[in-house]
Design a protein around this ligand. Structure first.
Ligand code: DWN
Ligand code: SAH
Ligand code: ZN
Length: 417
């Protein structure tokens, strides 16, 4: 029996979508797992991999050059809780309401399957509406949070085999949805075959992920880390869909997480594409998003932003200022390890997630503390690692600024506000 695609050893330098050559354009060096927060006894036993990004000249997909085994990233202790942000809670309630009013409205017994349901942030609203649903969530800890609220969760990775199993037991799905999850899955061939097996004839596969166009425009290089394997565009998603017998029929830009696109795929020729697809494709062509030169220029800006940030932090410390950070994001693993930001530059990181508190950040070992400690410590400056939640956090921490504290941002430019 042949091994399932998802566990086959990947061939580095080969596109995980079309199989052609991937050419490296950015190397962020040796990196730890972005969500592996340590206890002191774990020091010296961290797992490292090489974080480099490449481009497939054939299908235009931008992707990591090296794959981290999925069980190392997504497991019982995966610490990210989607419901930690009020903006994201509202975003996903709105998303669910939209599905309930459209795709799930005019079928007899509608069924929605979510990939990476996490703590149930989206499916909560579907559960309240009494609509049949299933969330795939391989990270047992967060999945149990959803299950404890009456959401149906399967503790498993979505892939061809598990999708076929659901199809056999529960029939086809009208909507297959994935937020910030599809870009986490290198074994795309298996996932797309799974979608083909599970999706109803007129169903939709909808997913939203950080948009390469925004990453390049804002130089938000911290979107690049182990869990983010693919960096989509309308063009690359369109090609990927075509190769799987699907078609990109809609795109929508989203402001969340620093700029994302929600892609809607349907079976080929099942639905007419919306004009938004052609418009975004044209914009991407105009911007040269699939030109190697654009990606090389991005890589050069990344190095400049690193130098700017490190210079600012060194100057502040030389002037005797105290600097802390805010938001122990997965993204910040890339920033701290690529820039070499340790406790001599940033004293600690404030984060509201219990599973991250009283631990050390991956690689650079910054202590993670609860927000109460941040409020008491009153640092002069706070480096905002969770810049994608800037409005929400600055509102929550208005006392910090009122008392003279200053925020340091590094997207889209290094600056103090
Ligand atoms: O793609 C992914 C996204 C959806 O979530 C995953 N691979 C992992 C994770 O990425 P991240 O850690 O970069 O996501 P966030 O949402 O930027 O993380 C925000 C962090 O800041 C969390 O640890 C919670 C914390 N936080 C806080 O302390 N106070 C967040 C808010 C809104 C706050 O008010
Ligand atoms: N949808 C949530 C969670 C994003 S974090 C949000 O937008 O906030 C990514 C999640 O995908 C993690 O909870 C991880 O456990 C899950 N995941 C990773 N690989 C998966 C797979 N193959 N199938 C389903 N979920 C997966
Ligand atoms: Zn390719």
């Amino acid at each position: 029996m042949s091994e399932p695609a998802s566990t086959r050893k990947p061939d580095p330098g080969r596109c995980r979508v079309c199989g052609n050559d991937v050419v490296k354009f950015l190397d962020l060096g040796r990196q730890p797992l972005s969500d592996a927060f340590l206890t002191p006894k774990d020091i010296g036993h961290e797992f490292f991999y090489r974080l480099a990004v490449g481009f497939c000249a054939d299908c235009t997909m931008v992707q990591l050059m090296e794959e981290v085994p999925r069980e190392r990233m997504f497991h019982q202790d995966y610490p990210y809780h989607s419901s930690g942000s009020s903006v994201m809670r509202e975003h996903f309630a709105e998303t669910a309401r939209r599905f309930l009013e459209t795709e799930l409205a005019d079928t007899d017994d509608p069924f929605i399957v979510e990939l990476g349901c996490n703590d149930g942030i989206m499916l909560k609203t579907v559960r309240d509406a009494g609509v049949r649903h299933l969330g795939f969530e391989p990270s047992g800890g967060v999945g149990r949070l959803a299950a404890s609220e009456g959401i149906r969760v399967r503790e498993d990775f979505f892939e061809e085999r598990t999708a076929a199993d659901v199809r056999g037991r529960e029939g086809t799905a009208d909507v297959i949805y994935a937020a910030n999850t599809l870009c986490h899955i290198p074994y795309m061939d298996s996932v797309l075959r799974g979608v083909d097996t599970l999706l109803a004839p007129n169903g939709v596969f909808v997913f939203e992920d950080p948009y390469l166009g925004d990453i390049v425009e804002r130089t938000s290089f911290d979107q690049i880390y182990d869990e983010h394997f693919f960096f989509f565009t309308a063009r690359s998603v369109g090609e990927m869909a075509r190769g799987a017998g699907l078609e990109l029929v809609d795109v929508e830009r989203l402001p969340v997480h620093g700029g994302e696109v929600r892609y809607t795929l349907a079976r080929a020729e099942a639905r007419p594409p919306s004009p938004a697809v052609a418009a975004l494709l044209a914009e991407e062509a105009e911007r040269g998003l699939a030109d190697p030169g654009t990606l090389e220029a991005f890589a050069n800006r990344v190095a400049r932003h690193r130098d700017d940030l490190v210079a600012l932090l060194r100057r502040l410390r030389a002037e005797g200022r105290t600097v802390a950070a805010y938001g122990a994001t997965a993204k910040s693993a890339t920033v701290t390890n690529y820039c070499g930001i340790g406790t001599e530059l940033v004293a600690f990181v404030s984060d509201s997630t219990p599973a991250k508190q009283d631990r050390l950040s991956p690689g650079m070992h910054l202590p993670v503390v609860p927000p109460e400690v941040f409020a008491k410590a009153r640092p002069d400056y706070a480096l905002l690692f969770a810049w994608n939640h800037a409005e929400e956090i600055m509102r929550k921490e208005e006392d910090f600024a009122r008392d003279g504290g200053r925020w340091i941002l590094y997207v889209p430019e290094v600056r103090v506000v």
